[in-house]
Design a protein around this ligand. Structure first.
Ligand SMILES: [Zn+2]
Length: 389
């Protein structure tokens, strides 16, 4: 039987807390609704203790978004956990995700004593979270730079205290794929009762390896991956959800796991985030960039056609000559191209001229028209390439 990997989306927590990516509460709610449509298993909606605004956004998502688990992040301190529960308690499936931060541990004294203190704190806080909800996730901070034996000790203790997910964070993006896979194998071999919990990973992209590390972890038995739409997040970001999911899909023969993602929602989800944050992905960004293959219509519809994914990348979709401006805008949005009204006017004029001479305006043509529309709006060219001034 094929095993299932949970997709844990932290766009609204790890992604949103990084500079340049902040969202308003209504935008967060809209994004969470879209993530539910995308089919993620868990939405980490925020860090309720961080600010009253964070609290309010998490609470609204917990109240309004159904189907995925709604998780709130909390440091391993009683006040954070209590506040987190207040924010998520209306969710259909609430999860408290608690983590031990280095600042919570006394750094003086012999290391054995520090370790014992950290473990007892983690155990107490997991038990506290467990008194609110059966679904509790625990992350030891910066696990990949800690000693593996110690990580196993702490995981064993928190699973015993009731943690149902244990998450290995590569907080600084330090791990290498083969090494990270070995760490996951080590944990699976050394933690008693590891099968009582879902083993999760949270990879950062400082060396451009977040997706590779996550895939290596899945190969080694991790069954939840934490990721962000468009790979946003602290510094170089988190593992990109769309890249992970497409790797798992296109190479299902290799990874041999399933997930619950609706592939046709990948591009609209990416486009929504770009629109809300104003931060566009580069055109050559894997999967969702304007030049990338995921934009070819229909190709993503059926996961079983993954072999077609590459061969279909050369296929063409067409927009008919009588298409109106609305149809053009819709198709451009599906391609991840978000144009201002002025840019769209230019692109539409270009579309009409082109449609006059050819029956088929392809997606490739549309991408060029959109680029030209943008340049035309800057006053450089009109949309069919004539110099304005
Ligand atoms: Zn992170």
């Amino acid at each position: 039987m094929t095993e299932y990997v949970k997709i844990f989306d932290t766009t609204l927590r790890d992604g949103e807390q990084s500079p340049g990516f902040s969202l308003t509460t209504p935008q967060k709610v809209a994004m969470a609704i879209q993530l539910a449509k995308l089919g993620v298993d868990v939405i980490e909606a925020g860090f309720p203790a961080a600010s009253p605004e964070d609290f309010a956004a998490v609470q609204r998502i917990a109240q309004e978004v159904r189907s995925p688990v709604i998780a709130g992040l909390a440091r391993a301190v009683a006040a954070d956990i209590d506040q987190c529960w207040e924010a998520i308690k209306d969710a259909e499936k609430p999860r408290i995700h608690t983590f031990l931060s280095p600042s919570d541990i006394h750094l003086e004294g012999p290391s054995l004593l520090r370790r014992a203190q950290a473990i007892s704190k983690a155990v107490a806080m997991v038990a506290r979270a467990k008194s609110y909800t059966p679904d509790v996730e625990f992350s030891p901070m910066d696990a990949t730079r800690a000693d593996w034996y110690y990580v196993c000790e702490i995981l064993e203790a928190v699973i015993d205290a009731g943690a149902t997910t244990v998450n290995i964070a590569d907080t600084t993006g330090f791990a290498q794929p083969d090494e990270f896979g070995m760490m996951i194998t080590y944990i699976r071999e050394h933690v008693i009762d590891i099968n009582q919990a879902t083993l999760s990973v949270h990879c950062h992209n400082d060396l451009g390896l977040a997706v590779a590390n996550s895939l290596a972890a899945i190969k080694a038995g991790a069954r939840q991956v934490e990721c962000c739409v468009n790979g946003i997040g602290e510094r170089a970001g988190n593992a990109a959800l769309e890249e992970l999911v497409m790797a798992l899909t296109v190479r299902r023969d290799h990874h041999q796991v399933e997930d619950g993602i609706n592939l046709e929602e990948l591009v609209p989800t990416s486009a929504m985030l770009q629109q809300f944050t104003g931060v566009l992905v580069q055109p050559n960004k894997a999967i969702v960039g304007a030049n990338a293959f995921a934009h070819e219509r229909g190709m993503l519809k059926d996961a079983q056609t993954y072999e077609l994914a590459f061969s279909a990348a050369g296929t063409r979709n067409v927009l008919g000559r009588d298409a109106g401006q609305h149809a053009l805008r819709t198709r451009l949005e599906e391609l991840g191209l978000l144009l201002s009204q002025e840019e769209l006017n230019h692109a539409f004029a270009g579309f009409k001229s082109l449609a006059d001479v050819t029956n088929e305006v392809t997606d490739e043509d549309l991408k060029r028209l959109a680029q030209k529309g943008r340049r035309a709006a800057e006053g450089v060219f009109d949309a069919i390439g004539h110099v304005y001034r």
